[in-house]
Design a protein. Structure first.
Length: 626
């Protein structure tokens, strides 16, 4: 009996997946064994694994043996649920305790924040005990430690961790991020903040404008996520901050920390920091096929993270995402477990569209259209800082699906109400759109597989974007291929995945066609996707060529059935709108306030003479000669 061609193709794919060389994959099965089986291994067999991923197989020193203060160790166990140091913490803590300048580079989720906070706070605790509680004055303990972060979220996360560690002392932590009025921040600075977390712009502003903010007591400056600080153009602000701090304390200790440290970071260290000691095994590594403009030396993702990619037809991308989410949520519902799925989009418009569609599918009245069995959250830069924190905490505590832009790619891993949950990250990361750089890929997938927990990531790629896979491989990031039909297997009553996706696609197009507001969101998301498609970093820009896209299929992938010319035509202004905009610009340049957007048409000579005789004519319609 002759086997159908489709079954032959499926069989070949299964055979290829089963015979792939898994030794090159970042995901390693031995890292997911139980603690009992690990205990039976020899030290020689475990040593290379411990060196690769410090979040697992910890047989080294404890926090107390590393010199961390007893009170801090108790808080770590009781509040943060942290019992043993990771590999990078064992390396960094002794160096920082000795007062040396260091650069900490380690994979996302390996505990870099605690690696620099614990020894710094231990010094403060020891100094406080030696002086005695009776001699404590807040002005003498003000501005001892300054933590500089690239975003408000990261600064708030650092401040929350510091506040937890200082909860049993009279020392105070605070933040300078611009989320509150400047007067309130001045009042806090006037009272005295021992450990300050903030963004570089706000810190520099207070150094220049706030008289009571002085760095006379400064001991340590920490540049958290230093690569992002430098890439975002904060180099001059950082140099100004370091200059202020060094004038107050020539023996200032500087700590830099990041998951990725490129050549720009090393150049900044040479020009602005004294000889810093690198901590981590990633500085000597170079990419297998280095690119001329590549910034990453070598990227390392958590070894407990299973990374896969899927080549997706552009017109079925949204349907495949919903089908995958349906499969994951149904599986979690049957096992009665909470699942945390993080979906990344490039722009706020795409994020809002995905959130709205998933919300409607999760609230569908009929079981036939009720594809998603989970709570839906969304997070992007237009939300306020407090709103973003609330959304993130709810997502961690209750589980569900979070659709987010890259604002969630870094930080947002700890919170006041979900410290222990945040440490474990998310279960699955789905990248609906390709990242803007290899570095951004590392930080996106780093939301899963944190602190040795199991995690998975799936990268959606179009056919013309397949070149991103070998490029990531050149930086030590290996991804396994997954066919489309393996993602959505069997969900609900549909036997074949393609039938499920067809049903989902039809439902999405029906929703968008029947709702004006939702259709406008889809058109806006499609337009912004096209505009920003080629706006990538230099290391991946050659892969994303707008001319290689089938715009009709891309539009269908956003639930739009009309041709792209009609869709994009909705954003083109009319001739009348162009003329009115031009007149408004001219009036603004010449300083004339126009009461009418266009001149009234003259009907007769009498009307013209009447209008000429009005004194308001020259003021209202003519432009002065300048």
């Amino acid at each position: 009996m002759k086997v159908p061609v489709q079954q032959q193709d499926a069989r070949r794919r299964r055979q290829w997946l089963n015979t792939s060389d898994n030794s090159k994959l970042v995901f390693r099965r031995e890292l997911l064994e139980s603690a009992d089986s690990v205990a039976l291994k020899t030290e020689r067999s475990v040593a290379p694994i411990r060196k690769q991923d410090g979040a697992l197989f910890e047989n080294g020193k404890s926090f107390s043996e590393l010199g961390i203060h007893e009170q801090i160790c108790e808080i770590l166990k009781s509040k943060l649920q942290v019992h043993n140091p990771t590999f990078i913490q064992q390396q960094a803590i002794p160096r920082i305790m000795s007062g040396e300048d260091v650069i900490i580079k380690a994979q996302t989720g390996s505990g870099k924040t605690l690696a620099f906070l614990l020894p710094v706070l231990t010094k403060l605790f020891t100094d406080y005990q030696q002086r005695g509680p009776s001699s404590f004055k807040r002005e003498e303990w003000a501005s001892k430690v300054l933590i500089v972060s690239p975003t408000k979220e990261l600064a708030m996360q650092s401040e929350l961790v510091v506040a937890s560690l200082l909860s049993r002392t009279v020392m105070v932590s605070g933040s300078l991020i611009g989320a509150v009025p400047r007067d309130k921040e001045k009042a806090s600075l006037r009272k005295g903040i021992t450990v300050i977390s903030g963004t570089p712009g706000r810190i520099q502003d207070h150094l220049n404008q706030t008289a009571c903010f002085k760095l006379t007591n400064i001991q340590v400056v920490v540049l958290d996520e230093c690569d992002q600080l430098i890439s975002h153009g904060f180099s001059s602000a950082l140099q100004a901050i370091l200059s202020h701090a060094r004038k107050a304390n020539p023996k200032l200790q500087v700590i830099l920390a990041s998951a990725t440290a490129d050549r720009r970071v090393l150049d900044f260290v040479r020009s602005s920091v004294r000889e810093a000691i690198p901590i981590g095994d990633l500085f000597s590594a170079e990419p297998v096929n280095p690119q001329p403009e590549a910034g990453l030396a070598k990227a390392v993702t958590p070894a407990s993270l299973e990374q896969r990619f899927c080549i997706v037809p552009s017109k079925m991308r949204l349907a495949l995402l919903i089908s995958t989410l349906a499969f994951e949520t149904v599986k979690a519902s049957e096992s009665k477990t909470a699942v945390r799925i993080l979906v990344f989009a490039e722009t706020k418009d795409v994020c809002s569209l995905l959130n709205e569609i998933l919300m409607r599918l999760s609230e569908a009245e009929t079981s036939e259209d009720h594809f998603i069995l989970a709570k839906i959250f969304h997070l992007h830069g237009s939300l306020g800082v407090e709103d973003r924190q609330i959304v993130w905490h709810k997502f961690l505590e209750s589980g569900g699906i979070l659709v987010a832009t890259d604002v969630a790619a870094r930080g947002l891993n700890l919170g006041s109400g979900a410290l222990s949950s945040g440490l474990h990250g998310v279960d699955l990361v789905i990248q609906f759109e390709a990242p803007s750089s290899c570095e951004q890929y590392v930080h996106r997938v780093g939301r899963a597989g944190r602190m040795g927990q199991r995690g998975r990531s799936i990268l959606f790629l179009l056919e013309n974007e397949a070149g991103l896979v070998p490029l990531l491989g050149s930086y030590g990031i290996a991804l396994a291929a997954t066919p489309v039909d393996a993602l959505a297997e069997r969900v609900l009553e549909y036997r074949k995945p393609i039938r499920l996706m067809e049903r989902v696609q039809a439902k999405v197009e029906e929703l968008i066609a029947g709702d004006k507001e939702l259709r406008h969101m889809a058109v806006q998301a499609f337009s912004m996707y096209i505009r920003g498609y080629s706006m990538k970093s230099s290391d991946v820009r050659h892969i994303f060529n707008l001319k290689s896209l089938h715009l009709g299929h891309i539009a269908k992938g956003f639930g739009l059935s009309e041709p792209p010319s009609k869709v994009l035509g909705e954003f083109r202004p009319s001739k009348k709108q162009i003329k009115e905009a031009r007149m408004e610009r001219l009036a603004k340049v010449h300083g004339v306030k126009m009461k009418s957007k266009c001149n009234p048409r003259l009907k007769t000579k009498f009307d013209a003479s009447e209008r000429d005789n009005r004194p308001v004519f020259k003021e209202q319609y003519s432009l002065p000669n300048k």
